[in-house]
Design a protein around this ligand. Sequence first.
Ligand code: SAM
Length: 425
Amino acid sequence: MKSTDRGQQRQTRKDAEVTKEMAAPEGQAKGMDDRHHHNHQASVAQLCFAAAAPGFEPWVAQELRELGLASREVEGGAEFQAKIEQLAAIVRHLRVASRVLVRMAEGRVEDPSSVRGLVGRVAWTVLPAHPTRIALRLTAQGAPPDRIRWVQAELLRALCERFGADRVVASAVTEAPDDVALVARLDGRICSLSVDAGGKPLHLRGYRLEAGPAPMRETVAAAMLRAIGFGGHGTVWDPMCGSGTTLIEAALWGRELPRELGDFGVDQWRSKDLSVLSVRGAADPADGAVRLVGGDLDPDVLQIARRNAARAGVAERITWLDAELAAQRFESVEPGFVVTNPPYGQRLGGRNAARRLYERLGAVLARRCGGWRAAVLVPEQELARALPFRDLQLCSVDNGGLKVWLATGELAAGIRRGHARTRRP
Ligand SMILES: C[S@@+](CC[C@H](N)C(=O)[O-])C[C@H]1O[C@@H](n2cnc3c(N)ncnc32)[C@H](O)[C@@H]1O
């Protein structure tokens, strides 16, 4: 989504209005609850930012649109406006986004009093009344190291004055459920303060408490499904499913993550949770519109997949096949979606073994999956060419710190080699 300059100016004005509306009165006492002010905050749309891994921004913007939230794709994610009381549902609906940050205040930071003023403008009354800790993380661009250090020290000082030194820490990590994860962004002399509504990275959904070797990020699995146009309907097959991430993400498509899986930071906020979101795309489990099949040759890892699916509340929606990929049998009338993350070379005993496995996968897909769409994570671009893509696209992806390639496209019956077009990372 590209904006014109005029559009951007309008957006900036709008952002300024939102930030002004959100401003809490200066000098509010520690933990004081002002019901009127609280209600006002809760009903006002806040400027929010859904962070995404590089290359995933369009899919996050798409997820937000499906939730009925106008969104604007920006570098590193998508901006949107939402009310505080929608956030608990939003963090449970977004699957590709890695974090949701809620903008609380923004301003120039030139001296200690401007930093204190900025901290004072945060709407503390919507946050936990007595947080165990305020964890401050500062990111910066266009500012010299001296200023970055000074701003960090002044922010910590202002927070300590307000909450007490024992409750403030410079850290990206939250520990207690009511910790407040405060994210400061310094851009030249302008500093913004946001609160992380998830409190923790959103890929930590709460269902994958066990995993086999080299599990994929849940956010990457969701992005793979989106990349090939899965919309909650059709057959999804992962022939090397490991701990079941791709199938569980497909089963949860369009649904709110079950609350029993645990809290996100926003669940501890003092805003009323209205769960007002309705989403397009979810298939009714009873209507047979979605068929999810996970196979693996390792029976132990399939047991883990079953337990993860049960925790996610989707056990009955997935068929598990304990077999080598060529021997996995299931019925599918329409062309569906293959989403898989084969083992990387190291674990297979070298490049030749990896090539043989990809060729084997390629032969099976060519025989059985002509017309299907596929998303396959590959450690090297070259290996994707062993798969029968008709229109192979490659996109660089960060899978939990490991740089791999996401190969996507339509599969052709009988073709063994694809011609790659590389997409921007
Ligand atoms: C990288 S792991 C998949 C991880 C998975 N995406 C997750 O999130 O847990 C690769 C899996 O492929 C399985 N595998 C390897 N060769 C296979 C084959 N020929 N047929 C079926 N499964 C195979 C392994 O047992 C392993 O569980």
